[in-house]
Ligand binder design. Structure first.
Ligand SMILES: *[C@@H]1O[C@H](CO)[C@@H](O)[C@H](O)[C@H]1NC(C)=O
Length: 216
């Protein structure tokens, strides 16, 4: 029994130490803000403000989110961009830059510029009127001007130089702009209806073979 107690105490001590270490690591390496560029895999709702068919603002998107509301994220709940901001210890959700209700504090800790349907090739976003990569970068330039006007050049410089930048796109270029049936990746995708929401599938069926739909 005594050995068990000692063992338990050791495990507890280890847990406390590692939690403290993780916290101090986060504090030491904390980035002031997170900026994400890309396509639907990281869009947290910019396409809600764009005239496009590539939307994530209807059920079952968002059904496991607070309130079960579809937010424009192409996910049942949080999206990859949100998790990146969370893991980096910045905030729980990374808001879309085009949301007009963002306050200064929200802007200073980072935003998402991604747009579903976008890609590196300028032709990729044209098909769905998504926000092209160049425009996402121009939005970032506009963002810099905005925060510079609010908090001044010194703080702006600090945020821009010390933050995390994540770019997550390319799959739409491969599937929509360069459809090459000989490419193994494209052949695999052609045989899947990968953007079918699971709740819309017939009972007892997990995969349907339908006409390929473009990736967003
Ligand atoms: C920020 O604003 C100042 C003027 O207040 C200007 O000189 C500077 O170039 C601006 N910096 C950026 C990055 O826009």
């Amino acid at each position: 029994m005594a050995t068990l107690h000692v063992l338990f105490a050791c495990i507890l001590a280890l847990l406390i130490c590692s939690a403290a270490a993780a916290e101090s690591y986060n504090k030491k390496n904390q980035v002031p803000a997170v900026f994400v560029f890309g396509d639907s895999l990281v869009d947290t709702g910019n396409n809600n403000y764009v005239h496009t068919i590539a939307k994530g603002n209807f059920p079952p998107y968002g059904r496991d989110f607070a309130g079960g509301r579809a937010t424009g994220r192409f996910s049942n709940a949080k999206g990859v961009a949100d998790y990146i901001a969370q893991v980096l210890g910045v905030k729980q959700l990374l808001p879309p830059y085009l949301d007009p209700s963002l306050d200064l504090q929200e802007l200073l800790t980072g935003v998402c510029f991604a747009s579903a349907g976008s890609g590196y090739d300028p032709r990729t976003p044209q098909k769905m009127n998504a926000i092209p990569m160049m425009t996402q970068l121009n939005m970032f330039k506009e963002y810099i001007k905005r925060i510079n006007a609010s908090v001044g050049p010194e703080r702006t410089q600090e945020i821009i130089s010390q933050s995390a930048y994540i770019i997550f796109m390319g799959s739409n270029d491969l599937t929509n702009t360069y459809p090459n049936r000989r490419l193994p990746v494209h052949r695999r995708i052609l045989h899947r209806s990968y953007d079918q929401p699971s709740s819309r599938l017939p009972q007892g069926k997990t995969r349907t073979r339908t006409r390929p739909t473009p990736m967003l």
